[in-house]
Design a protein around this ligand. Sequence first.
Ligand code: KG4
Ligand code: ZN
Length: 333
Amino acid sequence: MFVLGIETSCDETSASVVSEHFRVQSQVVLSQMEHSDFGGVVPEIASRLHSRNIHSVVNKAIQDANLSLLDIDGIAVTYGPGLIGSLVVGLMYAKGLAQSMNIPYIGINHLEGHIFSIFLTYPELKPPILFLLASGGHTEIILMKDFGEYEVLGHTVDDAAGECFDKVAKMLGLPYPGGPYIDKLAKHGDENFVEFPVPQHGNFNFSFSGLKTAVLYYLNKHPKGFVEEHKNDIIASFQKALVEALCDRMRKAIAYTNVKKVAIVGGVSNNSYLREQCSRTLKQTELYFPERIYTTDNAAMIGAAGLLRLKRGERSPLSLAVKPSLYIEEANK
Ligand code: KG4
Ligand code: ZN
């Protein structure tokens, strides 16, 4: 079975062909660079660029898999959560293509897509699995009890982890998205230079806006020259506090659930310090990270979730509408 995955929930136009055992036959990701001058994604620009590029991105994914459109057995497309205008482009394109080819299609929850990114790297992995999903829009601890059966144990009460990375990066004059820049620069800094408070919020919840404000106050309190000289130290110290919060909540969730298989997914799971710290501190667990190409938004993860659901006989009606806000529990069977 060949499933065409389509992802347009934010600022990546992506298409991928996924086959049995979560095998990725091809993946094309077109990241929209046009937003970097604005310091964040401009929804209007994002949807126009998706419209312009989706057709060629899908064609390239099919060509790269050495297939023709006639070989595709089903389509999986993100229908939420995300930017409404961006989601509409992918969903309408998928519906049109499925209808014209007379093949089934299914709407996929983007959060479930991130969860399925782990099976692209570890196709044999089986639930129960405890997930930390940390991206630009979400930070959640999710227990996958079975395929398509999820329970949220904790979530952020304000900013997402990736959003916090990006906002702190912006304060320091780094380009958008800032997470990858922080990751790189922190390697040259002293993580113990400033003791930023490790955000606390109940047992399994996260709160990152206080940490962001603490960095802002620190920057405002110190002369520009000093900040410039110690930029990497400040960045490393901030990253340490944020990552410690993520690891701490995960330790508690592991103890509470007694689930030993732990996967960390989403754009922030790309972060090298997070990978190191989790490997060092989450003891007696089997720890899994997706390959880096599947951490940020991509269509292979959507194709993987779609493969499982289409094989189960699930279908979406043509009346399915985009859902800009959608919770992972809504993917429960
Ligand atoms: O999963 P994703 O592509 O999009 C959402 O669904 O939100 O995640 C994007 C987020 C951005 O906030 C970006 O700064 C962050 O992931 N990110 C990183 C790294 N790579 C991407 N954050 C920290 N370190 C990284 N290496
Ligand atoms: Zn995402």
